[in-house]
Design a protein around this ligand. Structure first.
Ligand SMILES: [Fe+2]
Length: 418
């Protein structure tokens, strides 16, 4: 909410970019670079205080804002760049905007009773426990552009105007939230997604047709706990499921604990399911307990399914238990100078994220685990050339986290691109 994290206003009409450093190569393709991120409407409601206790806004709760740079050529072949930004006009945005003030109560971080009161009041006022944030990702499927956050379904947007065109839910056939990172399957071109819930069904997989018009498959994986799993992987034949011990627990919330907590004693496993499989056909591989939000890529290699992701020993989200010193917890977590080992929660460095590989043998059912980047650098927000999604790839790109700066300011600070 401060400095370069502070919310910005919509600028209105598309604006020509007149100040440009360097040159754009002549054969660079025309197109649009668009990104999404939380940008709290009216600055957001920073905290609540009542007889139920306190709650405070987290950075994930801001409404999504799209920022687009359009790369076009004029009739003379000269580059013409323009910029536009616009809020994602979801159903809850349309309810909130006319109020002219932040309206949804923060409902992620705070005293248990304050969170439950926020759920109730938000539901009574707006028909949803929290706003549909739509602030996490932008993706393309079958020539259309969608924006999404994992507490609701994607919104289709017009890339020229950034105007939202409504919910993408196949006339209600998909009645679950939707991961921020769906994956296009190699060869078939289908889009594989999943949705997580705090109540049953906890984890549902979906397969969308290559033309984006229908839901080809839907399967409840019958989890016995609700996990915040952020990304799903694909290979040629399989869907890859991350099940780590970052758990939503309504019973814990009612008894005074946090709704979401990383349980470092809890189990972690990776599931491999046939594309149109169900709960009974997932092959589970139990792995060393860890937290993996983002997957670089997955692919098949002989009998093995290879999974590469950014793995840490605890979760950066939702942060320390309510009441603990937040700055100290983040500062120690990002301090990589201290040893990263099984007791890392006590020794600092627990938020260190390395590129990690699991090789899952479908015949022997064995798992081989290894770090590909060691303990010198911490990286996250991975990306590859999307043409290689689900296939063996050679290159990946990610942000390197600056240990010293992050530890000093208690927030993940990028240093460069790896
Ligand atoms: Fe993500």
């Amino acid at each position: 909410m401060q400095k370069n994290f502070a919310p910005v206003e919509e600028i209105g009409e598309q604006t020509v970019v007149t100040c440009c450093e360097g040159n754009i190569p002549i054969n660079f393709p025309q197109g649009v670079f668009v990104r999404n991120g939380p940008n709290p409407l009216f600055g957001g409601l920073k905290s609540t205080e009542s007889i139920f206790g306190r709650s405070s806004q987290t950075w994930v709760e801001g409404e999504g804002m799209l920022h687009a740079i359009y790369f076009e050529k004029d009739s003379g072949g000269n580059w013409l760049l323009s910029y536009k930004n616009r809020y994602v006009e979801s159903d809850t945005f349309k309810l909130e905007k006319p109020q002219n003030k932040p309206s949804f109560l923060p409902a992620v971080e705070g005293d248990s009773w304050a969170i439950m009161a926020a759920y109730l009041l938000n539901t009574l006022r707006y028909g949803a426990v929290n706003k549909y944030m739509s602030n996490t990702n932008v993706f393309e499927h079958a020539g259309k552009t969608y924006v999404v956050a994992e507490n609701y379904v994607p919104q289709e947007v017009d890339i020229a105007t950034l105007e939202a065109r409504g919910n993408w839910n196949f006339d209600g056939d998909w009645d679950q939230p939707f991961t921020s990172h769906p994956k296009r399957a190699p060869v078939s071109g289908e889009l594989v997604t999943m949705g997580i819930n705090a109540s049953r069904p906890y984890y549902v997989v979906g397969v969308i047709s290559a033309d984006g018009k229908k839901l080809n498959h839907k399967a409840d994986l019958e989890f016995d706990r609700s996990v915040l799993s952020h990304e799903i992987g694909v290979t040629h034949r399989y869907n890859v499921i991350i099940d780590h011990p970052l758990v939503f627990d309504m019973k814990r919330l009612v008894s005074g604990g946090p709704l979401l907590k990383y349980d470092k004693e809890g189990y972690a496993r990776i599931g491999v399911m046939p594309r149109y499989g169900d709960a009974s056909s997932v092959r589970w591989f139990y792995i060393d307990s860890s937290c993996t939000f983002h997957i670089f890529n997955c692919f098949e290699d002989g009998d093995e399914v290879v999974v590469r992701g950014c793995r840490a020993l605890t979760s950066v989200f939702p942060g320390p238990d309510w009441g603990m010193n937040k700055f100290d917890w983040f500062s120690r977590g990002f301090n990589f100078r201290e040893p990263v080992d099984a007791n890392a929660n006590e020794h600092g460095g627990y938020l260190f994220t390395c590129v990690y590989e699991w090789r899952l043998n479908m015949e022997t059912r064995e798992v081989q685990e290894s770090s590909l980047t060691g303990t010198e650098i911490s990286v996250d927000f991975p990306f590859i050339n999307a043409d290689f999604t689900g296939l063996r790839n050679m290159y990946g790109y990610a942000q390197v986290i600056n240990s010293k700066s992050s530890s000093e300011c208690g927030n993940a600070m990028p240093v460069s691109t790896l």
